[in-house]
Design a protein around this ligand. Sequence first.
Ligand SMILES: [Zn+2]
Length: 406
Amino acid sequence: MATRRLYYDDSFLKEFSARVLSCRPRATAASAATKAPSWEVILDQTAFYPTSGGQPYDLGKLGGAGVLEVCDRDEEIVHLADRPVEVGEVRGCIDWARRFDHMQQHTGQHLLSAMFQKHFDLPTVSFHLGAELCTIDVRGKEPSEEDLERAERAANEMIFEDRSVSVRYGTAEELLRLGVRKEVDREGVLRAIEIDGVELQPCGGTHVRSTGQIGMILVRRCSKIRQDWRVEFVCGGRAEKTARRDVQLLREAAEKLQCAPEDVASSAGRALAERDANFKKIHALLERLGEAEAAIALPSAAAGADGLRIVSQAFEDVPAEYLGFFGTAIAKTEKTVALLGLAGRGDLLLAQHPSSGKDMNAVLKQVFEKFGGKGGGTRDFARGKLVDPSQVGNALALAREKLSGA
Ligand SMILES: [Zn+2]
């Protein structure tokens, strides 16, 4: 038997009486998230909205039982309850905060879709009402930033005008005569929603009484999704919450930047430019420091029997690029080799003056064969990173051994 849908004619009905026609344990859990058992309750009439047309189901109570989910099964509405409900009379109570939020989002969607259609000839091909955000997918030319703002403003003007929202019934032909926006091929009497002077649209959802109750519409952003444009928006209480959060974020950013909220963008731009300039300065200073320290280190490295001078050093607390500056400076002198490491990070750098006649890349490979690591380079310059940073000292010792052995 078809369940009578009380929300069709009164979407503001929060409590109602009904007869429980059946209550059966459900074979599978209500949702994957909850493993708890549930019962399928069928009533003769209900104010609970089942998931449909992009609008999620209602929550609430049936007597002492909590309603976990509501779905449409053919003509019947199935309430999933967290405990059995006795056959007979029962009081139903809708979680009104959730439902009213859905009504604000859903009616707002009608309005926003109508504005995209009217001003930009962009039809809505799908609608999603999420826990945080709502989206519509519109099809056609990409809406510009100005288009999004204009659609938002036009929708909000309709809200300020507080136009009535009413339910109409009629056959497909009758609705077509009344100017329904999209054609329907369903038989029998259809339900349509009319926003005064804006649109007439077949819809089985729940809506507010007048556009003023949507409160306001805030369009967030637009992105490409397959061949369509996904527009994110929030209405009513969600718009208020979102605007509040945006203001808080802006204030926090302003505090961090030590500026007024209206100066955040320019102040952040300045801070980033300063950071980039400092980065360049530090880079130049490191290079000079590397050259200076190399000049100090070189004389203390005695030449071996083969006339080769080896500077081997493990650095601490320097950026990895410092090894490059230091090593390059060392390798400028004939018959010298630099074997460098970065303690705690595992970076290795081997460099030589070409006259030294060794193969840095081959030595590095031998080191990694023993200690594990990744990297490479040329005969004169090779760098990489050890898997285990604590092996830097041992790796440098091995490299020295390989040099004298080779
Ligand atoms: Zn609707």
